[in-house]
Design a protein around this ligand. Structure first.
Ligand SMILES: [Zn+2]
Length: 252
C-alpha cells in the first residue's frame, strides 16, 4: 500500500476528515461517475426500497478496468466512502478499506460475471420481496424462468418492447452466495438477451452498461415482478398475450 486513500489524501501525514459526500443527484447531473459516491448513495436508496435490508444485497460499479464494490455483511445504508473495496477486472483486490474487519463481498464472483461476460458497468444484487415472490409464482416454477408480456415497463429493459416477452432465468439458491457463480454463468450463457438472473427464494442480480442503466432496469424489473404477483393473485395470466391486443392477434 502506498498510503494514498481513495480521496487522494496521504493519511500517513494528513489526518483531515473525509470530504463531505456528494449527493447522488449531483453525481447524475455532473454526468461522470464518482463510483464510490454512487455506491454509497445507491445503497441508501435501495435500503429505502427494502431491497438491501438486514445487510443483504450489494452493488458494484466498474470504471474501465477498475471495479468498486461494497463490502460483505454490513448495513448497506450506513456505508462510508472509505468502506469500499477496489478490485481489478480479474477480481483481485487492489485497495482494502482501513477497517480490517470488512470483507470483500460474497457477491464478488457473481458481479464479475456481469463485468466479464456482459461488459457491464454496474451490477446490483437485491433481496427484494417482489423478486423472491416472482421466483415462487406457479408459472415461473412450471417454466423454470420468469416470463411476462404486454406491460409498459418492459420497455425499460434494453432490447425489449411492449409486445415482447421478458424472460428472466431462475437459478436455485445455495447455502453460500459464492456457490451461485457456476449456475449464474450457465444461465447468462443460455439467456443472452436477459438483463438479469433471479435466484429462487433469494433475490435478483441485475446489470447495465453503467450504474444509471442498472438502476433503471432494476426498478423496472422489480415493478414488473410485483405486478406479476398481483396479477396472479387476481387470477390474470401475466405470461400470456391479452386477447384484446390487435397487434399481436394472429391472422385467421
Ligand atoms: Zn444475496
Amino acid at each position: 500500500m502506498n498510503g494514498q486513500s481513495l480521496d487522494g489524501v496521504d493519511h500517513r501525514t494528513h489526518r483531515a476528515p473525509s470530504p463531505p459526500e456528494r449527493p447522488l443527484d449531483e453525481a447524475y447531473e455532473r454526468g461522470h461517475e464518482d463510483a464510490v459516491s454512487v455506491i454509497t448513495g445507491l445503497c441508501r436508496e435501495m435500503y429505502r426500497h427494502g431491497w438491501v435490508t438486514g445487510t443483504g444485497g450489494g452493488i458494484s460499479v466498474r470504471q474501465g478496468d477498475t471495479v468498486y464494490m461494497a463490502p460483505s455483511g454490513v448495513q448497506k445504508e450506513r456505508l462510508r466512502r472509505e468502506d469500499i473495496f477496489v478490485l481489478d477486472r480479474s477480481g483481485a483486490v487492489r485497495h482494502r478499506p482501513p477497517n480490517t474487519a470488512l470483507r470483500v463481498s460474497q457477491c464478488c464472483p457473481l458481479f464479475m460475471h456481469a463485468f466479464q461476460m456482459r461488459n457491464a458497468g454496474a451490477c446490483i444484487h437485491t433481496h427484494s420481496q417482489a423478486a423472491v415472490l416472482a421466483t415462487l409464482l406457479p408459472p415461473t416454477v412450471a417454466a423454470g424462468e420468469f416470463r411476462m408480456t404486454h406491460q409498459e415497463m418492459i420497455k425499460g429493459v434494453p432490447q425489449h418492447g411492449y409486445h415482447d416477452t421478458l424472460v428472466v432465468p431462475v437459478i436455485d439458491n445455495t447455502a453460500q452466495e459464492e456457490q451461485l457463480a457456476a449456475s449464474m454463468a450457465a444461465a447468462m450463457r443460455a439467456y443472452t438477451r436477459a438483463p438479469a438472473v433471479l435466484v429462487r427464494r433469494h433475490g435478483l442480480y441485475v446489470w447495465g452498461r453503467d450504474y444509471v442503466q442498472a438502476k433503471t432496469v432494476n426498478e423496472c424489473l422489480d415493478y414488473l415482478f410485483e405486478v406479476a404477483c398481483r396479477m396472479h393473485a387476481m387470477g390474470i395470466d401475466h405470461t400470456q398475450v391479452p386477447p384484446d391486443c390487435a397487434e399481436c392477434r394472429q391472422p385467421k
